[in-house]
Design a protein around this ligand. Structure first.
Ligand code: NAD
Length: 240
């Protein structure tokens, strides 16, 4: 028998050990008297694009100082070692790519990508701090915005379809550092289970997914490398 097909869903918890706060950790904190949830909306951007960009510029500066942790590294290793492997993330921090994962399905976009609100213009942009704010489209002159999915916006359809197909055919669904409450992402591991596959959860605490999964409780920077070492030993897979 070949190696199991694996699909992975990651959330903010996978980046916690890199120093990026999860939503819940950040919930008590305000940025200039605003809640993050109130700035990450199309309405906020239409009302105050400079303010929203200052918030994202602040986040970009914070993330620019963060490095991938061992959980990101293991997922990048899995990408090179497994013939059928898909990594899906809700994170916008870009740390999976930085760790060396070759292909990542970003369900909520990427903070290092910016796009025009009007035309098809898109660019990778790593300038920190970004100036002037708000940036303007070099093609049409309209506003550029972060290429992330804001509250009230739909997820990118192509990425979601590819993610759904990967979880449907997977033997193992790994769910790492996500509260498993934000739909439709939270639904993905159930596609694996409905086809007879297994769900493994890596989280510091129980989530609504836990009753349906085998849970590895603890920081994913520790539990994921432990699980992977065990998996490699069981499968007779040499470490890269
Ligand atoms: P969430 O904040 O709702 O949940 C994070 C989960 O990670 C929780 O279940 C928590 O128990 C767990 N966790 C915390 N520390 C952990 C650790 N060290 N190891 C393992 N698990 C740990 O985040 P979510 O589920 O990703 O969903 C909320 C939304 O917030 C997403 O849409 C995401 O795009 C966005 N977000 C992204 C980032 C990022 O890009 N790094 C950061 C914050 C929020």
């Amino acid at each position: 028998m070949g190696l199991p097909r694996i699909a992975v869903l990651t959330g903010a918890g996978v980046s916690a050990a890199s120093g990026i706060p999860t939503f819940r950790d950040a919930a008590g904190g305000l940025w200039r008297q605003h809640r993050a949830e109130d700035l990450a909306t199309p309405q906020a951007f239409a009302r105050a694009p400079k303010l929203v960009w200052e918030f994202y510029d602040h986040r970009r500066q914070r993330i620019a100082g963060c490095r991938p942790n061992p959980a990101h590294a293991i997922l990048a290793e899995m990408d090179t070692r497994l013939p059928d492997f898909t990594l899906v993330t809700q994170n916008i921090d870009g740390l999976h790519l930085q760790a060396g994962s070759r292909r990542v399905l970003h369900l909520h976009g990427n903070i290092w990508q910016i796009k025009c609100v009007f035309c098809d213009y898109r660019q990778e942009n790593r300038q920190v701090p970004l100036s002037p704010l708000p940036p303007r489209c070099p093609e049409c002159g309209d506003l550029l915005r972060p290429d992330v999915v804001w509250f009230g916006e739909t997820l990118p359809w192509a990425e979601l379809q590819q993610a759904a197909r990967a979880f449907e055919r997977a033997d193992l669904a790994l769910v790492v550092g996500t509260s498993a409450v934000v739909y439709p992402a939270a639904e993905l591991p159930f596609y694996t289970r409905h086809r007879g596959g297994e769900i493994l959860e890596f989280n510091t605490e129980a989530t609504p997914l836990s009753p349906h999964a085998t849970s590895w409780f603890g920081p994913s920077a520790e539990t994921l490398p432990r699980w992977w070492a065990q998996f490699c030993a069981e499968q007779g897979l040499a470490r890269g």
